[in-house]
Design a protein. Structure first.
Length: 314
């Protein structure tokens, strides 16, 4: 009798051990749903991926996952790490990890149309890490053929971008919507810091001594400045998305990305920031092109695509 009881007991223990082993695999679907996996996908595809991932290891969760969060934003979801625990992780505890709670498109994007009608030559510290100063803000360059001031072109494109983002359900704030302001580059950074912007996109146009220089580029803060270290990686990622968006929208390769440690608007920023140079106003053809409505719309769409990709991936 004693042996029989022990045998039954050992069978029960074995069963428990096997079940516990299965339980260790439960966190896997959560790990599949990293922010990176969600970020590159449209809401519809994300839901499909989520459903597929959930279905693989936890079929009972699928209906709950599908109804609870059809458009997940991955902000709140930490990447789960496999634990050495032998205890099975309860299925119900694993589910919220895979389902981010912040809806997409609710984060604020700050657009900063570069310059203003009247520059301000008052000195301003270039950043927290240096005593070097620069003019607070200038009026920018001028179109060699259109004679249009840069601050006018910047606002034209910025307003189109604002409309495009708003149409996509993304919250937008502007540092300026008229030319008659006096806001230094540091103050523009402070505005975004105080607003807790998810991203700042500064819109500028370039100038060069050579009339043949042309093409758009995207600048991001150099990690060489200690103050921007916390935002350097995300800013560079955003810059990459912006460049790719513009390349796709315009069919042009542009000049690429550039790290900068000399811009006050970067160095004072506590939130991810990138600066789009939409082209050269000192190149006659590009100067004219940048004032064409159709091209401005292409730029706005390309930049909005990059912003959307960044914000949805956060
Ligand atoms: Zn500029």
């Amino acid at each position: 009798m004693g042996y029989k009881r022990m045998r039954i007991l050992s069978v029960v223990i074995s069963l428990v051990a096997v079940l516990a082993g299965c339980g260790d695999n439960q966190p896997v679907p959560a790990a599949v749903l990293t922010p990176q996996a969600v970020q590159s996908a449209s809401p519809q595809v994300t839901a499909t991926q989520a459903t597929a991932a959930q279905a693989m290891a936890a079929p009972t969760e699928v209906p709950a996952a599908a109804t609870a969060a059809p458009t997940p934003a991955p902000t709140a979801a930490p990447t789960p790490v496999a634990t050495p625990e032998t205890k099975p992780t309860p299925t119900k505890a694993a589910a919220p990890t895979a389902l981010p709670s912040v809806p997409k498109g609710k984060e604020l994007v700050m657009i900063d149309p570069g310059h203003q009608r009247v520059g301000n030559n008052g000195p301003e510290q270039v950043g927290p890490d240096t005593r070097e100063t620069k003019a607070k803000v200038s009026s920018g360059t001028v179109g060699v053929r259109t004679k249009k001031p840069e601050y006018v072109l910047n606002l034209e494109v910025s307003l189109l971008l604002k409309d495009e983002l708003t149409r996509r359900g993304i919250n937008v704030a502007m540092t300026r919507e008229t030319h008659d302001v006096d806001i230094s580059n540091k103050q523009r950074a402070d505005m975004a810091n105080e607003a807790g912007a998810a991203l700042v996109v500064r819109i500028h146009a370039d100038g060069d001594a050579s009339a043949s220089t042309k093409g758009f580029s995207v600048l991001y803060p150099s990690a060489a400045q200690p103050a921007v270290k916390p935002i350097a990686a995300e800013s560079k990622q955003a810059a990459g998305f912006l460049l790719a968006g513009m390349q796709q929208a315009t069919g042009s390769k542009g000049r690429g990305l550039s790290a900068r440690d000399d811009l006050s608007g970067f160095n004072w920023s506590k939130v991810p920031v990138a600066l789009v140079e939409i082209g050269f106003m000192t190149n006659p053809e590009e100067d004219e092109l940048m004032s064409e409505a159709a091209y401005q719309q292409k730029l706005a769409i390309g930049i909005a695509d990059g912003i959307e990709q960044f914000v949805n991936g956060k």
